[in-house]
Design a protein around this ligand. Sequence first.
Ligand code: 3HC
Length: 309
Amino acid sequence: MAFFTHQVCRSFSSSALRSVAIKHVVIIGGGQMGAGIAQVAATTGHQVTLVDTSDTILKKSVKGVEASLKRVVKKKYADKPEAGEAFIQKALQNISTSTDTASAVQSTDLVLEAIVENLQIKQDLFTGLDKVAPEHTIFASNTSSLPITDIASATTRLDRFGGLHFFNPVPMMKLVEVIGTSATSQETFDSLLNFGKALGKTTVSCKDTPGFIVNRLLIPYMMEAIRLHERGHGSKEDIDIAMKLGAGYPMGPFELMDYVGLDTVKFIMDGWSKMDPNNPIFAQSELLNKLAAEGKFGKKTGEGFYKSK
Ligand code: 3HC
């Protein structure tokens, strides 16, 4: 995925920077997460540029944002349709799109990446951006499981690099994990925390450890649900019902994996089992591998553990 087409070289001083009030944000990657983040940033008054590789993808992203905004409005402005329409239009006006990464980042406060979970691709993207983005610009990744330190290592702005991890569906989920590496400056970390709060989210501070907080707990839980089922100790349906009614979760683990994407779950597990192959928590699942090999990724492909409704 070549996000970087134009290269403008510029040299920067390494002066320490004050906490940046983030007003303009460039989001790279118009998939479900990127579009969701763009939506939330736009509805909270930020100027957003959404970047992807083609206009076709970006049109689809904006259509998704529009559909999601309508769902929000249906609930929030049930008795005020005109105010609801104004809310949608205002949010959409705050979003512009671009396929030209280099010019999109020319005057932005934050670049937030939500592209494919591939370390090399993310590093290549940020190496290019590092050369053209203004000195004060903070870089952040929405990675689910890759070390922020490894992504940041491709740049010269280690002090202005952190993680902002959002949850699907972004407009509904109230949390943002803010991740600081050992090199992230306090100013950068504070800027990211404040940005998360300005989006109306609750923030938690995380260290740059595998899966941060949520995925470190959630992924092993989902994997244990598969293993329980593989051992013949419960049907998928019963496990889902049990966790919804017995533990108060909004979705059971199989429903949630279909929602998040089996490709994403597998990607995270593959990385972790490679990192720590003898840890039983990170053991591979035959069923997950089989479904992923068949392209059954869940909601996004129409079938995962279940056929989508
Ligand atoms: N945009 C806007 N509004 C939405 C929405 C979206 N994408 N999704 C749901 N809503 C709102 C709408 O108002 C909707 O009403 P509508 O259907 O009439 O439009 C309302 O929520 C109810 O939605 P649903 O009837 O579809 O179902 P629920 O009441 O169960 O809510 C849910 C949906 C919020 C997704 C809920 O099921 C839930 O919280 N599920 C768990 C999600 C979760 O755990 N996410 C984290 C995954 S891990 C992750 O993302 C990290 C990554 O790194 C892997």
